[in-house]
Design a protein around this ligand. Sequence first.
Ligand code: SAM
Length: 244
Amino acid sequence: RRLFYAGELAEEIEITGGDAHHLARVMRAQVGDAVVVADSDGRIARMVICSIVHDSVHLRRMEYLPQTETERTEVILVQALLKGEKMDFVVQKAVELGAAAFCPITTDHVVVRYDAKKAAAKTARWQKIADEAAKQCGRSALMRVAQPASLSALLQDAALLHAPDTAIIFCYEEERTQSIRTVLRSVDARRIVLIVGTEGGFSPTEAAAIRAAGAQSVSLGRLILRAETAALAALAVTQYELFD
Ligand code: SAM
């Protein structure tokens, strides 16, 4: 049995709500059973169930387990530039939601004026925000912030998109596509690249180019989310699905 725990893997932890229900009811775990628990930074521990009371399960840590290479799937967020503070917000939340790297891109509908001369300063600013967020949320690995690139340049980045066992997931609200959970459950990847558009979305040409690069388009539900909401939703579902 294995589950994801959003908190710190302390000596004793309590699992509540849906996770506890899943453990006790769905996985029929009993007192005395061992459970492998992973946190959002890839720390993994074997823990023993001390008590199960309704939807609350207490576990005691027996030992930390070595993080094997395959244990940790890397999640990378590719985010089209957003206006004002929204990019700062998405950078900060991407850290909290376990993204390993953040790749800002320019696309046809980006409204913010992108000045290549200021790119280095922007990237430094976002990296500072990311490092502060990493300290606040207790990450052991910092999130790497890349220099902004054009969508076409990103799609040619073979090292990013075409490393072995990479799944490219493209959040696209323009047509009925599979839910992100369905797609995540169908991929067996060690790297997941999430692509989210700008306020005005992707142009049809861009959508075709992203698909041609091997991306699967996914729906985040019936509603049109703000880009910053979509980034968080995609990261959160991906993070929790990885440890399902
Ligand atoms: N076409 C949108 C509209 O008509 O308002 C504009 C794009 S939406 C505000 C910003 C980005 O969030 C999109 O490019 C997409 O990546 C993502 N997004 C928003 N809602 C989504 C959904 N329901 N499913 C998948 N992606 C979504």
